[in-house]
Design a protein around this ligand. Structure first.
Ligand code: 0RA
Length: 645
């Protein structure tokens, strides 16, 4: 035992248990907060903020402030009723001290609102205390300012005492804690991380004002305040800010049954993506659950009923599917439940079955009324779903068409110069960047076994385009037809027409962009071809060394150095070293000799990992360019409209 406690002299035998409890948290912090990395460090903030939010849900707290202090300690201040300061009958010490030192005491003293009971959340203030260098709690209540201080993982060094007076009607709780650097890998808080979640909490709890401030930043004196009277409607508007909504109103529906509160907000945009985020007691249920299921079920049903009633969907038409009515949908679902059951490996799924019916009925009744009362918007929404269905069916037809790998009857040759051999085991296809390199490759190839497909510019970005669009792209069509395997549910590896698919691009930025696009295409449409080891990257040389009649090509600087080292001094001094600028610069013989000749070339096999890496490069490429991406989406949306109606 610590000497400090003995000095304080207000503990009895039961408190030994208390300290053993906190010691257990320090021994196995992962059990209580998941990890001790930067994520766990931030988790401490949410434990404390959650308590203040509970007080807000109970209706007593309206303002919360979160401050990152200069020393990377955190202050969370609320204007709720203040944690009770009277002596707790079970422990014989103040309730506030009990809450901070008894493991899992939080729930018993909770505001009686929607206390979170799943996942890693809600383990309470005592866990934060156990994992902190020091904690100070100040309570404003009954005209007095009360303070308690803990150190070194929850040892009380100043039991609760009054440090001054305040006005009778001032109430609230202020907590400051400094995470223990012996527990955490890092002790530096990230403002952006805290801000994003604080903003989300403000969206999820309408009318609650949350201010966040970074006192390490000398220029940040006021911080940012998040307050949304519209709640999750404003969340939807916020998400759709970077997109183009197709109707003005954000649909916001809510209902309550047996103490379970359910609400949903939604709006469609022109994109093909679905953004549905669901929450239970402010926790993101990333694997969905009964609240999400109920809404999705009702969404398809209500739209189909409406489309039939209004004859937009004719008797002969088949029903719209869930995927059709979800296209371009941004939706926030929020459920506040007194006793949520979280399921699944990561506890990311709501299990309570009664919520399915509640979600279904609240959504169905409200959405049906919305469609009836807003016929213009209803028409836009239904037509969007019908476009999605048409596209889905067109994509299916296109996939069926690609089953027929007979090149003669399809018109998808494009610029392919096929090889003469029909024996896949000796055939290869070079996918070449640019017409000029394509021309050299055609001249320099062995036309018996080597096919050439030149790509002009950048092929379509399949990540962002809908399947039917991708399948309409000339170069992708040519690739699909040339490979012979078909795609999607009709894919058949045994029909592959080439043993080797060789990507031949320059070692510059454009070349790498094309490579990334091709790998993404393969990853999405032809994964088994990659997995079976049929995809390669050609390796054009970087240097040409000429001396006398001898020409030597090397792939990189190391090879250059080691080759030069083999030459006698008199030859080396006269050798001419040229840096190859690109495929287009090489003539047919040179290209053949260095990059295509089966005897001399060097190929690098492409793995699934390469494709996965390409996929993430892709995200970065696209992620940073909001404006071009927006233009792309808008242009395609326009084209689809012209095509299908
Ligand atoms: C239970 C009862 C009362 C207040 C609280 C809990 C409370 C807890 C926290 C945690 C952070 N901020 C908080 N604010 C309030 C009030 C009991 C009474 O009316 O005295």
């Amino acid at each position: 035992m610590d000497t400090q406690e003995k000095v304080m002299n207000h503990y009895d035998a039961s408190d030994i248990q208390v300290l053993e409890g906190l010691e257990a948290v320090r021994k196995r912090p992962g059990m209580y907060i998941g990890t001790t990395d930067v994520k766990g460090l931030h988790h401490l903030v949410w434990e404390i903020v959650d308590n203040a939010i509970d007080e807000a849900l109970a209706g007593y707290c309206h303002n919360i402030e979160v401050v990152i202090n200069k020393d990377n300690s955190i202050t969370v201040k609320d204007d709720g009723r203040g944690i009770p300061v009277d002596v707790h009958p079970k422990t014989g010490i103040s309730t506030v001290e009990t809450v901070y030192t008894v493991l899992h005491a939080g729930g018993k003293f909770g505001g009686g609102g929607y206390k979170v009971s799943g996942g890693l959340h809600g383990v309470g203030a005592s866990v934060v205390n156990a994992l902190s260098r020091w904690v100070e709690v100040t309570v404003y209540k009954n005209g007095k300012i009360h303070k308690v201080r803990f150190e070194n993982g929850g040892h009380t060094v100043e039991p609760l005492h009054v440090i001054g007076d305040c006005s009778e009607n001032r109430t609230g709780t202020t907590v400051t804690f400094k995470p223990d650097p012996n527990i955490f890998d890092t002790d530096i808080y990230d403002y952006e991380t805290l801000k994003v979640r604080v903003r989300e909490l403000a969206f999820l709890n309408k009318g609650l004002s949350i201010n966040i401030r970074d006192d390490r930043d000398l220029e940040d004196t006021t911080g940012e305040t998040f307050l949304y009277e519209g709640g999750i409607s404003e969340y939807v508007r916020f998400i759709n800010q970077e997109k183009t909504p197709i109707h003005n109103n954000i649909i916001h529906l809510s209902g309550e049954k047996d103490g379970v509160f359910f609400e949903v907000a939604m709006q469609y945009n022109t994109s093909y993506n679905t953004n549905i985020y669901s929450f239970v007691n402010n926790i993101n249920t990333h694997d969905g659950g009964t609240h999400e299921d109920g809404v999705k079920r009702a969404l398809s049903r209500v739209i189909n009923n409406y489309a039939r009633k209004t004859n937009i969907l004719k008797e002969k038409d088949e029903n719209l599917k869930e995927d059709d009515v979800k296209e371009g949908l941004t939706m926030i679902i929020s459920c506040k439940h007194p006793n949520p059951q979280f399921e699944g490996q990561t506890k990311g799924r709501l299990g309570n079955s009664e919520v399915r019916a509640l979600a279904d009925s609240v959504f169905a009744e409200g959405f049906d009324r919305f469609l009836l009362e807003n016929p213009d918007e209803a028409k836009i929404i239904v037509n969007k779903a019908i476009l999605a269905r048409n596209a889905r069916m067109a994509a299916k037809r296109a996939r069926e068409a690609t089953r027929k790998s007979d090149l003669a009857v399809t018109n998808f040759f494009g610029k392919l110069s096929d090889c003469k051999s029909k024996d896949p085991s000796v055939s290869e296809i070079f996918i070449v960047e640019g017409d000029s390199a394509g021309g050299s490759a055609k001249k320099g190839r062995d036309s018996m076994t080597q096919a050439i497909l030149p790509l002009r510019g950048k092929i379509l970005n399949v990540e962002k385009a809908r399947m039917d669009k991708a399948l309409g792209n000339e170069e992708i069509k040519t690739i699909i037809t040339a490979f012979g395997t078909g795609i999607g549910e009709y894919f058949d590896l045994s029909k592959l027409r080439y043993d080797k698919i060789i990507i031949m691009t320059d070692a510059d930025v454009d070349g790498s962009h094309i490579r990334v696009l091709l790998l993404t295409l393969f990853y999405r449409f032809f994964r088994p071809i990659v997995e079976a080891g049929h995809v390669y990257a050609a390796q054009p040389p970087l240097y040409r060394i000429t001396h006398g009649k001898t020409r030597k090509y090397v792939l990189n600087d190391e090879e250059l150095a080691s080759y030069l080292a083999t030459l006698p001094d008199n030859i080396r001094s006269k050798a001419e070293i040229a840096r190859m600028k690109g495929l287009g610069e090489m003539d047919a013989d040179e290209l053949n000799e260095t990059t295509m000749d089966i005897e001399k070339r060097v190929l690098r096999k492409i793995t699934i990992d390469d494709c996965v890496a390409a996929d993430s490069v892709f995200e970065r490429l696209m992620g940073d360019e909001v404006e071009p991406r927006r233009r792309f989406i808008e242009e395609n949306a326009r084209k689809v409209k012209n095509l299908d109606v």
